[in-house]
Design a protein around this ligand. Structure first.
Ligand SMILES: [Zn+2]
Length: 227
């Protein structure tokens, strides 16, 4: 009997030690409406800090699938590179229904992505993030003048960032990373300049536009200063 009690106590202690279900609230129409652009940025920053510390929230994925089946209320949209080392939901420690992800090599801007971001704005996001990353293969390809099918036209879109970074050496990590950062800034400018629809939201302060560079060696996102 005594041993049974000990086992029960031990099980209870194990249960206490286990992480609780995610403390990240599922996004709802109400929580999305109540969130500010600043709070949206802070949520992504906090999520990245948890990821870097290897303390991502546990997720009950099945519950999140069920909770989002009838609708979605994401608080942010992230335009990011397709690089397999920078999966946005993981590096920002977000779940299902939290962020719109728009991913393309070199996080360049084109009309289809602008349309996607405009849709995201229409359905209530509070933040747009352009996320580049270190050691970006698309940036290296642009620096090397790679010509490859439809990729050539995509890489051409990175040329303004190469011009802005004033370097041309794809073998230099610092050059590649400088171009990646300039490319984030360029994409941010493109979003504002080429989408009057989004510019309206930005000018009214209903949506914020932020840029960051994800470090593939540390997992950390470095946020860019506003220029
Ligand atoms: Zn990349």
């Amino acid at each position: 009997m005594r041993s049974m009690k000990s086992i029960a106590l031990a099980l209870a202690l194990v249960a206490l030690a286990l992480p609780a279900a995610s403390s990240l609230a599922q996004q709802t129409a109400e929580s999305q409406a109540a969130m500010t652009p600043r709070a949206a940025l802070q949520r992504l920053q906090a999520g990245n800090a948890r990821f870097v510390a290897n303390k991502s929230e546990p997720n009950d994925w099945t519950a999140k699938v069920v909770a989002t089946a009838s609708g979605q209320y994401p608080f942010a949209a992230v335009l990011a590179c397709m690089d397999s080392r920078a999966p946005i939901e993981i590096v920002f420690d977000q779940g299902i229904g939290d962020v719109f992800g728009v991913r393309v090599a070199g996080n360049v801007v084109n009309d289809d992505e602008l349309g996607s971001l405009e849709y995201a704005a229409k359905v209530g996001i509070k933040l747009i993030v352009v996320l580049g990353h270190t050691r970006c293969g698309a940036v290296k390809g642009a620096l090397d003048g790679v010509k490859l099918g439809n990729l050539s036209g995509l890489l051409d879109k990175i040329q303004p960032a190469i011009d802005a970074a004033h370097c041309t050496e794809s073998s230099s990590d610092s050059c590649v990373d400088s171009v990646a950062e300039a490319n984030v800034a360029h994409s941010m400018a493109e979003i504002r300049a080429r989408s009057p629809y989004l510019a309206h939201y930005l000018d009214e302060g209903k949506i914020a536009l932020e840029g960051g560079v994800y470090d593939v060696a540390t997992g950390k996102v470095r946020w860019l200063e506003h220029r």
